[in-house]
Ligand binder design. Structure first.
Ligand code: DI6
Ligand code: FE
Length: 411
């Protein structure tokens, strides 16, 4: 009898699968098998249960390695010009923050460098950072704008982000962070700048298809809750989902505001209140914790992890890769720091860079889990158990990455 079933493009066998689709554990399938067709997972189970008559184009032997969803870095500012190691060095030599900012340092110096960089230069500089992330099994990266603060430069940053997604085998989600800081030409006129963000920058960039989500920096040194709400209202008019840098240095009620706009995520959250947690739980807003910034700023106030757990708020982990407060391009290191600094468990850390990170980007139906119907985005690891991914410091046990069914790197 001829087989009429359509062939799978690939079959993966001899792998231990951590599906991350289970609420209580890693969703382990020991000695598992997975069938992929058209970049999508079409079969999943124990190898012993494979249908005998299934035609397959290529079979891959995973050599007994662990297979997890491709990792997701759901909060980065990876596209920027220059860097700030000079300020880092000055500070450690005793120069005060005040003096550094008087010299034109801080976020404004990155804005200057990003405005001055050509689009190709920006692409080259960002590519180096992206390549580091990808080596560690990352298949989805969020890229924020916010170092341009004018129309040409915000557009340039977002185009570079889109181009990264075209030229590297990775899914890029772009986030418009116009409300990151007040640009020098608007000094003392924050409300006028917010008007520009809402009336001109956001509609123009959305019209060019450059925005997947909208973010802001709600902080004493950033924008007030009222200013942030104007940004959210403008996003809502354009049907764009929102997220927020909230409660990083003080409690501004940013998380609750984000929840009121059904935000995808509220990020940082060291100063998050019980009200904020309740609002996030009610709206399904993900808590994105950023241990790299916590470490680099020598922050001592911990995000309220126990209360987030009690309220069943999904927690994600990201690098926050940026030149000022988290010059970090290792998501595995962020997972390790989430465990050592925040006392998250290795299971929570891996959920935080897979399933929960996908939710923080509005991608929960596409990626972040090994599940029939999801994109075939996964990584193979030379580890004894999934906890090794959070345990080791500076090791990179990534053996191979598959993005949309295609093998990306093997070493
Ligand atoms: N929060 C931060 O800590 C960074 N941005 C933000 O929204 C600071 C970014 C920088 O200093 O360049
Ligand atoms: Fe950030």
């Amino acid at each position: 009898m001829t087989n009429t079933k359509s062939a799978w493009d690939s079959l993966w066998v001899n792998v231990h699968i951590a599906t991350m689709a289970d609420d209580k554990g890693y969703g382990e399938i020991p000695d598992g098998a997975m069938g992929v067709r058209d970049g999508v997972i079409v079969w999943l189970g124990a190898r012993a249960g494979l249908p005998a008559d299934q035609p397959v184009t290529v079979t891959h032997d995973g050599g007994g390695k662990w297979l997890t969803p491709g990792l997701i870095d759901c909060h980065t500012h990876i596209v920027y010009g220059g860097n700030r190691s000079n300020e880092f060095e000055d500070r450690l030599n005793g120069v005060s923050y005040e003096e550094i900012s008087k010299r034109g340092g801080g976020i404004v110096s990155t804005v200057k460098a990003t405005r001055a960089a050509s689009e190709d230069e920006l692409f080259e500089q960002s590519s180096v950072r992206l390549a580091r992330l990808l080596e560690e099994g990352v298949t989805t990266v969020e890229c924020k704008s916010g170092y341009g603060l004018d129309l040409p430069t915000e557009a340039k940053i977002l185009r570079v982000a889109r181009r990264l997604g075209e030229q590297f085998p990775v899914r890029i989600r772009t986030t418009f962070l116009g409300a990151h800081a007040v640009p020098p030409e608007y000094a003392g006129r924050a409300d006028d700048y917010i008007e520009l963000v809402c009336q001109q920058l956001m509609p123009a960039l959305a019209g060019q298809g450059l925005i997947d989500a909208v973010d802001g920096f709600c902080e004493k040194i950033g924008f007030s809750a009222a200013q942030t709400e104007r940004v959210f209202q403008a996003a809502q008019k354009l049907n764009l989902p929102v997220k927020l840098h909230a409660e990083q240095l003080s409690d501004q009620g940013g998380a609750a505001l984000t929840a009121r706009y059904q935000g995808l995520s509220a990020d940082h959250l060291e100063y998050l209140s019980d009200d904020g947690i309740a609002a996030m739980a009610g709206a399904g807003t993900v808590a994105v914790l950023l241990p790299g910034a916590f470490y680099f700023l020598r922050e001592t106030r911990l995000p309220p992890l126990a209360a987030l757990r009690n309220a069943s708020v999904p927690v994600a982990i990201a690098t926050d890769c940026n030149p000022g407060t988290s010059p970090m391009t290792s998501l595995l290191l962020a997972m390790n720091m989430a465990c050592t600094l925040f006392k998250m468990t290795p299971l929570e850390a891996l959920l935080g860079t897979t399933r929960h990170a996908a939710k923080a980007l509005g991608l929960a139906q596409q990626t972040g889990q090994i599940k029939v119907g999801m994109r075939a985005d996964f990584a193979l690891w030379c580890v004894d158990r999934p906890a090794d991914l959070s345990y080791a410091i500076g090791a990179n046990p990534c053996y191979a990455v598959v993005f949309g069914g295609k093998i990306r790197t093997v070493r």
